[in-house]
Design a protein around this ligand. Structure first.
Ligand SMILES: *Cc1c(COP(=O)(O)O)cnc(C)c1O
Length: 410
């Protein structure tokens, strides 16, 4: 009989969202008239920008004509898109990149999940806690961890981020080979200023580590002085891979387009003591296992970089950031400790005294019929916190906050 990959059995079931769904549907059964507002979603809700729709339509028509039809494209993405990414997202930051340092993909989830394949299984992984679960789970699947015990996987370095350290991870005492950083952060909505990010780049340079930098929420940054790209930090092009996506800035969660930057100067060690560029390995991985993002979709993504596209995605982000402000200020006005929501669509709050993540979930659901996400679902350091998101409509977000302000017993 064939054997399974036993590492998969180390993972607990996808408990978080299943458990939320179970509690919400039980509540609905018992209270059929309740008007439930969901502020737990990590998905955008506004339609694609007009410029993107236009780009998609034009490309669809091209596919209907033998003269402009396209079959397989370059696995790494079309140059027309990559050149605009470089010119619009990086050149203004003073970051120069070559076309073959950017790999267009069907999503940052796939890329942050797949990237660990190009690293040996014995690398020590460091992950901020709480965080987007994909980084940890994919390393568990690959066998880069021990068993789960007391909420943590053996062999993984958890970098605690909480109110006590202002959500700023401390450099690990033990050596870390691969470091996952996500800023602006999901779920905490907090950011890392340049001088803090520089500490990590310096650490990576001193220790031969590689930083995997997830910048999915870069477009939500409103304040000056916060890096939009890790390559704004001197030396980062030698130690960092950066992930970007059109999901959150342009509403592509269902359309699927993202990209990963692997500078040719990022090296990792070979067994015989040499150095090897990760760009070559990622290129090999992608050309072997991936056949590129659809031409039509890449034309839609290209349209994000037109002047209209840039204006329209800004409007989209501004729309959600009105919600972020509504939530943040509303919760602060009733005395709750609130983090994030200034440079990110996530608001992270400390559960009131006497409540852990799940009991606060139940309280919000039963008292004001609002669904959020218990912080404990994002890692052990998320216990005692709770996530609300700005991705709802402005009307329902305002209604939710009005209810919390007037009806929640604190
Ligand atoms: C939403 C999100 C992504 C984006 O995933 P896609 O696959 O590009 O839709 C990546 N990282 C984080 C932290 C996210 O929250």
């Amino acid at each position: 009989m064939a054997f399974i990959n036993d590492n998969y059995l180390k993972l607990p079931g996808s408990y978080l969202f299943a458990e939320i769904a179970r509690r919400v549907s039980k509540f609905k059964e018992d209270h059929p008239a309740a008007d439930i507002i969901r502020l737990g979603i990590g998905d955008v809700t506004r339609p694609l920008p007009e410029a993107v729709i236009k780009g998609l339509h034009t490309a669809v028509d091209e596919m209907a004509d033998a003269r402009t039809f396209r079959g397989y494209g370059p696995e790494q993405g079309y140059a027309f898109l990559i050149e605009k990414i470089i010119a619009t997202d990086y050149a203004p930051l003073g970051v120069t990149l070559d076309v073959d340092e950017i790999f267009v993909s069907d999503g940052s989830k796939s890329d942050v999940g797949n990237i660990q394949e190009i690293f040996g299984v014995d690398n020590v992984v460091a992950i901020t806690d709480p965080v987007y679960p994909v980084y940890l789970d994919t390393n568990v699947m690959a066998g880069r961890t021990g068993e789960l015990a007391g909420g943590k996987f053996a062999g993984v370095t958890y970098l605690t981020c909480n109110a006590e350290n202002n959500f700023t991870p401390e450099l690990p005492e033990e050596r870390a080979d691969i470091i996952y950083l996500c800023f602006p952060n999901n779920p905490t909505g907090t950011t890392l200023p340049k001088e803090e990010l520089k500490k990590w780049v310096d650490y990576a340079k001193a220790n031969g580590s590689v930083i995997l930098y997830d910048a999915a929420y870069e477009a939500y940054i409103q304040e000056p002085g916060i890096p939009h790209s890790i390559y704004e930090i001197e030396g980062a092009k030698e130690v960092a891979i950066e992930f970007r996506t059109f999901s959150k800035n342009a509403g592509f969660t269902g359309t699927r387009c993202a990209f990963t930057v692997v500078p040719k100067t990022v090296m990792a060690a070979t067994k015989d003591g040499g150095q090897y560029p990760l760009n070559k390995l990622w290129n090999r991985r992608q050309t072997t296992k991936f056949n590129g993002v659809p031409y039509i979709i890449q034309r839609g993504a290209e349209a994000v970089y037109t002047p209209e596209g840039q204006r329209q995605i800004k409007e989209l982000i501004d729309y959600y950031m009105v919600n972020a402000k509504t939530i943040r200020e509303g919760l602060q006005s009733i005395g709750l400790d609130v983090f994030g929501g200034v440079n990110a669509p996530y608001i992270w709050l400390k559960t009131p005294k006497g409540y852990d993540s799940w009991s606060f979930f139940d309280k919000l659901l039963t008292e004001v019929n609002i669904v959020g996400t218990p912080g404990a679902g994002f890692g052990p350091a998320g216990e005692g916190y709770f996530r609300l998101t700005a991705f709802g409509s402005q009307e329902s977000t305002q209604e939710a906050i009005d209810r919390i302000k007037t009806k929640l017993s604190l």
